[in-house]
Design a binder for this molecule. Structure first.
Ligand SMILES: NC(=O)c1ccc[n+]([C@@H]2O[C@H](COP(=O)([O-])OP(=O)(O)OC[C@H]3O[C@@H](n4cnc5c(N)ncnc54)[C@H](OP(=O)(O)O)[C@@H]3O)[C@@H](O)[C@H]2O)c1
Length: 344
């Protein structure tokens, strides 16, 4: 089978196309014939590591956490853990390469059965390969608030206002879609008119260009009572904005450090308004949170609300497997949209 591997950290040139035997699923694993591999910032960051040339924990690594394809073999232990899953099922994969060498940039990947989720009928592999990192992160950000909800379903965010920072990003896009589905009023910030169009297509009720206006003023003009939950990608630059718009018992759910590693918060409004500054990282959030996210995301897929593509607010940028380096490069250089690799 064709597989992309790297043996040392570094720039995209460390990625190499090789032939490898089709892997056998180990105990508890499922083998998936990958159709589409999804690329996220974490994939190039893992490949870069802390320094070019650093040793890896494995002799070689195939990149990319997310993907979608068809189940092709199931180990007996995996069949016991998930008796519903069958060979031939169309599935999406999450955290394929976390603490493991085998990501989805290859024709066949073996994955723990817990990280393989059946795609509802009619949902494309493109959608499936776009879910893992972005939609699970968005789900967690929307469900870690002081006053709930802890699950997403239609109506669970009915009386809430959600502010999504960077609504044209991959996580931001999923956050808008999931929050809308759950009944929230959704406000989002973007840096350009092109991104505003995408965020509106994703379903945001109010879109604020934070480069062109006083964003806090514009947000409060749209939602005068303020915001319950912020899905925050850039806590450093946005801390003052978030504090200006978040209401009593609000939560700022931080999933990234875009724009810098340090945050300055005015402490008085922070404690006086009972605010929560809540971090989240998929790699450490725990299996229970991942499983409920997968369940709720499946329900949202059944309801048809997690589409991708330009009309849905997330343009697709496609690369063949041989050009995985270019796909990583595109994500590292802030491509607007979802970068997918056609593996099959
Ligand atoms: N904690 C986790 O488990 C987790 C999971 C997924 C992703 N991440 C991290 O989250 C980040 C985003 O991932 P992604 O896949 O969504 O990337 P992406 O598609 O490139 O989107 C990033 C977005 O951040 C926005 N942004 C940057 N600075 C901003 C600011 N000051 N205010 C508002 N928006 C701002 C950009 O929009 P504008 O141009 O409009 O500003 C851009 O759309 C990456 O750093 C990634 O590593 C973390």
């Amino acid at each position: 089978m064709k597989s992309i591997v790297y043996r040392t950290t570094g720039d995209p040139s460390v990625l190499e196309l090789v032939e490898r035997p089709v892997p056998e699923p180990a105990a508890g694993e499922v083998r998936v014939n990958v159709a589409v591999s999804g690329v996220n910032p974490t994939d190039w960051k893992s490949r870069v590591g802390s320094r070019p040339g650093d040793d890896l924990p494995f002799a070689e690594v195939t990149p990319n956490q997310d993907g979608a394809g068809t189940v092709d073999a199931i180990s007996p232990e995996a069949a016991e853990l998930n008796p519903q899953l069958e060979v031939g099922d169309r599935v999406w994969i999450f955290l394929s390469q976390h603490q493991r060498p085998s990501g989805t940039a290859q024709e066949y990947v073996t994955v723990p059965v817990e990280h393989v989720v059946r795609l509802p009928d009619g949902i494309s592999f493109d959608v499936g390969a776009s879910l893992g990192v972005p939609a699970m992160t968005a789900h967690r950000a929307l469900t870690v608030s002081d006053q709930g909800p802890s699950r997403l379903a239609p109506g669970t965010l009915a009386d809430k206002v959600v502010l999504v920072a960077g609504g044209a990003g991959a996580v931001g896009h999923a956050a808008i879609q999931l929050a809308r589905w759950a009944g929230a009023t959704v406000v989002t910030t973007v840096s350009s008119e092109e991104k505003a169009t995408l965020a509106r297509a994703a379903g945001a009720h109010h879109v604020v260009n934070y480069r062109e206006s006083d964003a806090a003023q514009a947000i409060l003009a749209a939602v005068p009572d303020g915001v319950d939950i912020v899905v925050e990608v850039a806590p450093g630059p946005n801390a003052a904005l978030d504090l200006a718009v978040v209401k009593n018992h609000g939560t700022i759910a931080v999933y990234a450090n875009n724009g810098g590693d340090s945050v300055t918060l005015d402490v008085r409004p922070f404690f006086a308004r009972n605010l929560r500054f809540q971090g989240l990282l998929l790699y450490t959030v725990g299996e229970d949170a991942l499983q409920v996210a997968a369940e709720d995301i499946t329900a949202a897929l059944v309801d048809g609300v997690l589409d991708v593509g330009e009309a849905a607010g997330l343009p697709l940028l496609r690369y063949p497997l041989e050009q995985t380096a270019a796909a990583h490069d595109a994500v590292e250089n802030d491509a607007v949209g979802k970068v997918l690799i056609d593996v099959a």
